[in-house]
Design a protein around this ligand. Structure first.
Ligand code: C5P
Ligand code: MG
Length: 211
């Protein structure tokens, strides 16, 4: 994939323009499937910028910003924050990081509308989603993992089984169609999300290196 990270120099109207080809990955899968854990490792290996919309919301909630207050109303119930809020937040983050080689999107897009907006945001930078990597983990395992994470994460939405099941339900109803959306563009890849952190990282790397 590194061969695809190259620059094209164009002369337009006697001005030199440099277009850098980006590599953009969507790390996908239900809550608790290991996206954050794997993103940390992928960032180091591939020199991409990690954008986790969940982390951005939590940062805003911690600092009690207006965006954080708005997001909290939904997150505490395990529901999706309205698209207008989420998409603008994501767009701002992409626009303030013009020099990156590419992104790992984690927790975004969460529905088809968000996917269409992501495509537009990247197209404005001459980029696209190059691959969607889905970590496949079943509901029973998800609930156990999140309840376990809840012991230390300090997240209210990790500590209540009903909220966790609602998050999984939202994933199935609204988010899982995103896999099909990118599958139609032959960009979606399903990876077994059960195993050691290193084994799963190796599976992800195999797919990324084949892109
Ligand atoms: O991605 P993560 O699981 O950390 O997100 C935590 C919560 O943030 C979600 O359960 C949801 O309430 C909210 N969220 C959202 N839309 C996104 C990402 C996260 O509503 N694109
Ligand atoms: Mg996460």
């Amino acid at each position: 994939m590194f061969f695809r990270t190259f620059a094209v120099v164009l002369i337009v109207n006697r001005k030199i323009k440099v277009l850098i080809y980006m590599i953009n990955l969507v790390l996908f899968g239900p809550p608790g499937s290991g996206k954050g854990t794997q993103a940390e490792k992928l960032v180091e290996a591939y020199d991409l910028l990690h954008i986790s919309t969940g982390d951005l919301f939590r940062f805003n909630m911690k600092n009690d910003t207006p965006l954080g207050q708005e997001a909290k109303r939904y997150i505490t119930k395990g529901e999706l924050v309205p698209d207008s809020v989420t998409i603008n937040m994501l767009k701002a983050r992409v626009e303030e990081t013009p020099d990156v080689k590419g992104y790992i999107f984690d927790g975004f897009p969460r529905n088809i509308n968000q996917s269409e907006h992501l495509d537009k945001i990247l197209a404005e930078r001459g980029g696209q989603v190059d691959g969607l990597l889905m970590l496949d983990v079943e509901e029973k395992e998800i609930v156990a993992r999140i309840l376990n994470r809840g012991k230390t994460s300090g997240r209210a939405d990790d500590n209540d089984e009903e909220i966790i099941r609602n998050r999984f339900q939202v994933y199935q109803n609204e988010t899982s169609p995103v896999f099909d959306y990118y599958d139609k563009q032959e960009k979606s890849h399903k990876i077994d999300g059960i195993g050691s952190i290193d084994d799963i990282f190796a599976r992800l790397s195999d797919v990324i290196d084949s892109l």
